[in-house]
Write a protein that binds this ligand. Structure first.
Ligand SMILES: Cc1cc2nc3c(=O)[nH]c(=O)nc-3n(C[C@H](O)[C@H](O)[C@H](O)COP(=O)(O)OP(=O)(O)OC[C@H]3O[C@@H](n4cnc5c(N)ncnc54)[C@H](O)[C@@H]3O)c2cc1C
Ligand SMILES: NC(=O)c1ccc[n+]([C@@H]2O[C@H](COP(=O)([O-])OP(=O)(O)OC[C@H]3O[C@@H](n4cnc5c(N)ncnc54)[C@H](O)[C@@H]3O)[C@@H](O)[C@H]2O)c1
Length: 520
């Protein structure tokens, strides 16, 4: 029955991917079969070589499917990893720098500088001078990224994934025309086509990005000078991470946020402490505020801002403006309208629980579909999608996708916020443990933050974990695994944790959830 249903175009409104609580584990048999090896037709063609696309391609090949991946940049890794290794004026996208990874590298380098300047003396390590060498910092970032990303092409070779460099466009549900980077056009045939074309920066009216003075994250990762005054539009992941980088290097930073809070998806209690910590570091926030115009005519740009609900305007000066007000799915030039592929108002490709669009044989994964725009989520989508195609079990659980803001301290979370649990009507208990009471955090004098655990009152099943601490992005995986296995807070609390570690704060917060902590 399932394969019969997939042979005709499905009404996506009946069979829509639901974004929230989904557990993809149905047994799936591809209705399209596989090409025998040596056939010119591919079993799987992936359009886009980002974390979603390249992982899907490798997994498909590992499952014995003849696979081709098409990528237009000339480098694999997508938004997350891509290094512009074929610089060319004709193809500005090839100049784009790695985003996730570049940002990660710069966050680390600038954190080291900040530590050297502000924390080393209190640990008894003294310098006569510490200075920033921005070109060297950028070179280190590019080297780190290029070392990591070159490996993906190697993995393609190892797994026998055919790699086509060029821009793909649907001719039919099983044929993709590719304008290759070398020039010329080729047609790639596939029984199953996966759209993994990712996302692009969301532009704002009246704020034209030129990647020099008004930049997206791509431009902000490659500024030639440290801006004296930086204005960031949007207090989300990119705004706060990128803002931290330039703040640490000496920029005066103002973050203009349309909503009443920074990082709207964050638990309110953690967010309050997080904002206080960022303000202490020197970040200035203008919440419930919108930018209505930017005047770029003078040496210093003038931004006109006003309350989000309208009202008195004021003017902010800036040398550089970073636009980080979200990202939008990228499907330009793919030919999806002509194919009748259903998308929502935001331009996201709609898929069902098996990542199939309403056009049989056409799938979509990653940033281009609804769900969190995260690299690890795109990878999970990619693996599950090709497992379904190969007739196996695919599994992704969007309820347990961790999210991490890589500032200092980091903020990481998995599962529901307290507000979400409250809104669901479930009775719950909360356990908290401050880093100030954690011996490791105290020993290294880096004890800002807390662990907060929310568990169902009746069963003690953990519903959400929120951590603000150094390395919260690493600590979060213990709760993520626990939640994936349906653990209770007592399960976590009764697990022996090594001493002295910050993970002990997770154990103590779990003790505080079902009983009492020891160290406060
Ligand atoms: C500055 C920044 C930092 C980030 N940091 C993190 C982080 O720390 N952790 C995290 O989890 N996520 C992070 N993200 C989000 C993460 O980058 C995305 O969620 C992830 O890259 C999505 O993967 P994807 O494969 O769906 O799309 P993408 O990575 O966008 O890849 C899509 C690829 O498809 C190609 N393409 C598009 N159209 C075509 C076509 N027609 N033909 C051929 N190729 C095409 C594009 O060139 C691109 O390479 C960050 C994003 C940004 C912007
Ligand atoms: N560490 C990570 O995992 C990481 C890092 C960077 C990016 N990302 C991903 O990339 C995506 C895009 O990042 P982002 O920071 O651009 O988006 P975001 O959705 O995280 O934050 C955008 C912010 O901009 C605000 N905003 C929207 N319109 C505005 C306007 N007109 N004026 C002022 N503020 C406005 C929103 O209220 C929100 O707070 C994120 O959703 C995230 O999934 C992840």
């Amino acid at each position: 029955m399932a394969s019969l249903a997939r042979r005709k175009a499905l009404s996506i409104s009946d069979f829509l991917y639901r974004g929230g609580t989904v557990r993809f584990s149905a047994l799936g048999l591809s209705s399209r079969g596989f090409a025998s090896s040596g056939s010119e037709e591919n079993d799987v063609v992936v359009i886009g070589g980002g974390p979603g696309g390249y992982v899907a391609a490798i997994k498909a090949a590992q499952l014995g499917l003849k696979t081709t991946c098409i990528e237009k940049r000339g480098a694999l890794g997508g938004t997350c990893l891509n290094v512009g290794c074929i610089p060319s004026k004709a193809n500005p996208l090839s100049l784009s720098l790695s985003l996730c990874l570049s940002l990660c590298a710069l966050l680390h380098s600038t954190h080291m500088y900040h530590e050297a300047k502000h924390s080393f003396p209190s640990h008894g390590v003294k310098f006569t001078d510490v200075e920033v060498d921005l070109p060297a910092m950028m070179a280190q970032k590019d080297k780190a990224v290029s070392n990591l990303t070159r490996g993906i092409e190697g993995l393609f070779k190892k797994n026998k994934v055919n790699y086509v460099k060029g821009f793909g466009k649907f001719l039919s549900p099983s044929e993709i025309s590719v304008d290759t980077i070398e020039g010329g056009t080729t047609v790639i045939k596939g029984k199953n086509i996966i759209i993994a074309t990712g996302s692009d920066v969301k532009s704002l009216p009246g704020v034209a990005i030129d990647e020099k003075k008004i930049v997206s994250s791509t431009g902000a990762l490659a500024l030639a000078e440290i801006p004296k005054k930086l204005v960031v539009i949007g207090a989300g992941y990119i705004g706060l991470e990128m803002g931290s980088v330039w703040l640490r290097l000496g920029s005066e930073l103002t973050v203009v946020e349309f909503g009443p809070n920074i990082v709207p998806s964050m638990d309110f209690e953690i967010r309050k402490q997080f904002q206080r910590s960022l303000e202490k570091q020197g970040m200035k926030f203008m919440l419930s505020t919108k930018v209505v115009a930017v005047d770029t005519s003078g040496d210093e740009m003038k931004l006109t801002v006003e309350p989000a609900s309208g009202g008195e305007q004021s003017v902010l000066g800036a040398d550089v403006v970073l636009v980080s007000a979200g990202r939008v799915p990228y499907t330009a030039g793919l030919g999806l309208d002509e194919m009748g592929v259903e998308m929502d108002k935001a331009g996201r490709v709609l898929v069902n629980e098996r990542f199939t669009t309403n056009v049989p044989g056409v799938y979509a994964i990653g940033d281009v579909i609804p769900g969190p725009m995260l690299a690890h989520k795109a990878e999970e989508d990619g693996v599950a999608c090709v497992e379904f195609i190969a007739g196996k079990h695919g599994h992704v659980d969007y309820d347990f996708v961790p999210g991490v803001v890589y500032t200092h301290p980091e903020v990481a979370s998995v599962g529901k916020t307290e507000d979400q649990v409250k809104a669901s009507g479930v009775e719950y208990r909360v356990g908290k443990f401050p880093l100030l009471a954690n011996s490791r955090a105290k020993a290294i004098d880096d004890a800002e933050g807390l662990v907060k655990i929310i568990a169902e009152k009746e069963t003690d099943r953990v519903l959400g974990v929120h951590i603000m601490s150094p390395n919260a992005g690493e600590l979060i995986h213990e709760p993520a695994l626990a939640m994936q296995y349906g653990a209770s807070s007592e399960d976590i609390a009764r697990t022996c944790h090594a001493h002295p570690t910050m993970s002990e704060a997770v154990k103590e917060a779990a003790m505080a959830t079902y009983d009492k902590p020891i160290h406060i």
